[in-house]
Design a binder for this molecule. Structure first.
Ligand SMILES: Cc1cc2nc3c(=O)[nH]c(=O)nc-3n(C[C@H](O)[C@H](O)[C@H](O)COP(=O)(O)O)c2cc1C
Length: 198
């Protein structure tokens, strides 16, 4: 589930919420899974991964991750990302472009404090995406963290990312194949709305 707080009143946000409610009503699973594509300028490489979108607060989309991970290096090198949602229950794709930034330490600490200790032990003990010789070591590191770390203290290397879209495309699949593609492109602070051919 995505938590909506004080959702922005502008059209693309309201449309997103409408689609979300429709998909949720039809029992959409993993509704919060969102693909984030990044470009790392240092290594000249594009990459994608799913994350769980936790909040949409006004116009900010927020997820949490490791600040030393490959995605974090990519965001540091190039802060523009593409995000993608697909809700099969309503056959809808939402494409987003945005600039991404870290959330504040205060926000991270509060969110971390409220999470389960088990989740926090994993966040603390995992050097996300770094190689490890055996899977059993991951479990050992996790168990050690559960026993000995302060599981309420958010480490410096973990926290939120926030992005505010400047481009949305809502793709709606139709049985006729005459699919509907509606774009909202923010230019000079104003949403320009138009359709694309399927
Ligand atoms: C449905 C789904 C949700 C995920 N949610 C998160 C998440 O919220 N945060 C996160 O760091 N990784 C999440 N992951 C794992 C990431 O896809 C990825 O493996 C990890 O963040 C490392 O990515 P990186 O090497 O590009 O930094 C999720 C994976 C899946 C399949």
């Amino acid at each position: 589930m995505i938590k909506f707080n004080n959702l922005n009143q502008e059209k693309p946000y309201q449309l997103l919420k409408e689609k979300y409610d429709e998909a949720l009503d039809l029992g959409q699973e993993n509704i919060e899974a969102i693909s984030i594509s990044s470009f790392n300028k240092e290594i000249n490489e594009v990459d994608s991964r799913y994350v769980n979108l936790k909040f949409i607060t006004n116009d900010e989309f927020i997820f949490f991750s490791n600040y030393d991970s490959p995605k974090a290096s990519a965001f540091n090198s190039h802060n523009q990302i593409a995000a993608l949602l697909y809700w099969s229950s309503i056959n809808a794709q939402i494409r987003i472009k945005a600039q991404i930034k870290k959330t504040s330490k205060k926000f991270n600490q509060k969110y971390f404090f409220d999470r389960s200790e088990k989740k926090n032990a994993l966040a603390i003990s995992s050097n996300q995406s770094k190689p490890i010789d055996f899977y059993s070591e991951v479990k050992e590191n996790y168990n050690r963290s559960l026993e000995s770390d302060d599981l309420k203290k958010c480490p410096e290397y973990w926290g939120g990312y926030s992005f505010t879209p400047y481009y949305f495309e809502f793709w709606e699949g139709h049985e006729s194949r005459i699919n509907k593609r509606e774009v909202f492109d923010k230019i000079d602070g104003v949403w320009k709305q138009f359709f694309l051919q399927p």
